[in-house]
Design a protein around this ligand. Structure first.
Ligand code: ATP
Ligand code: MG
Length: 247
């Protein structure tokens, strides 16, 4: 079954067509990489799927619900989680406090008001679990601005997972990381539960090859190729436009 079905998606900014008639079918549990040169429309596509932007044309379905007109929080409630290309943390709060806020933000507001204070133990359990899963337990009380850049990106993925998303959108999770940080974050992403459908924008081809079941290549807002990593690597269109003919 398809988890995500995007059909004929177009987004214009004035005269610029950032995303042009993009169609994608992403299966439940699939790990799909979105690659393409700078300005290809990758982040815009994520913003359309997450609901930060509305499409000029086209539809987005998630698990048989047409979510095209849904607000971001409605999509989050259906299980769509994301990270941002640039960091989205509270720098003067600790790692633990940032995670706690993300967990609380995902807790149903009405229930939160009615539930006795002891039930907040559930929240603390979830915070501890995320600290452990992301190897951040030793940094729990560290203020975020004191973390390395790589640790901050790692924390962002932990925050995105706070709401137990069934579809996770990661926008360049390894951007600006050292080689050591890149392999550590790649390992963490590879170790995510297999039932989480993953869409990852990534420039590092080694990371793409490690993570992706399938790859979609965007160029000037259009999908110019799609297939397994090997199929895409050997696609003459991709070699021409994405690798500048150098391959
Ligand atoms: N809010 C906006 N207003 C106007 N133009 C925009 C806006 N967002 C994106 N664009 C334009 O849309 C095109 C696609 O941008 P987008 O950020 O989606 O590309 P990208 O593939 O994520 O690039 P990068 O690899 O550099 O992150 C670019 O030409 C960009 O300038
Ligand atoms: Mg981008």
């Amino acid at each position: 079954m398809d988890a995500l079905r995007v059909e004929g998606l177009t987004r214009r900014f004035g005269g610029v067509v950032a995303v042009h008639r993009v169609s994608l079918d992403v299966a439940e549990g699939e790990r799909r990489a979105i690659i393409g040169p700078n300005g290809a429309g990758k982040t815009t596509l994520f913003n359309l799927v997450a609901g930060k932007l509305s499409p000029s044309e086209g539809t987005i379905r998630y698990r048989d619900t047409d979510i095209t007109g849904f607000a971001p929080h409605q999509r989050a409630r259906l299980g769509i989680g994301r990270t941002f290309q640039r960091t989205n943390l509270f720098p003067s709060l600790s790692v633990c406090e940032n995670i706690r806020l993300a967990v609380l933000a995902q807790t149903d507001r009405a229930r939160r008001i009615l539930v006795p204070v002891e039930r907040f133990a559930d929240v603390e359990d979830r915070v501890d679990e995320l600290l452990d899963d992301f190897a951040l337990a030793h940094r729990a009380t560290t203020e975020v601005h004191e973390l390395s850049y790589g640790e901050q990106r790692q924390l962002e993925i932990a925050l995105a997972l706070a709401g137990r998303p069934s579809l996770l959108l990661l926008d360049e999770p390894t951007a600006g990381m050292s080689p050591a940080e890149t392999s550590s974050i790649t390992e963490i992403i590879a170790g995510l539960p297999r039932e989480v459908t993953l869409l990852v924008i990534e420039h590092d081809m080694e990371v793409v090859f490690t993570l992706a079941d399938r790859i979609s290549v965007l160029h000037h807002g259009e999908v110019i190729a799609e297939g397994t990593p090997v199929e895409v690597r050997d696609d003459p269109n991709v070699v021409e436009v994405y690798f500048g003919g150098a391959g």
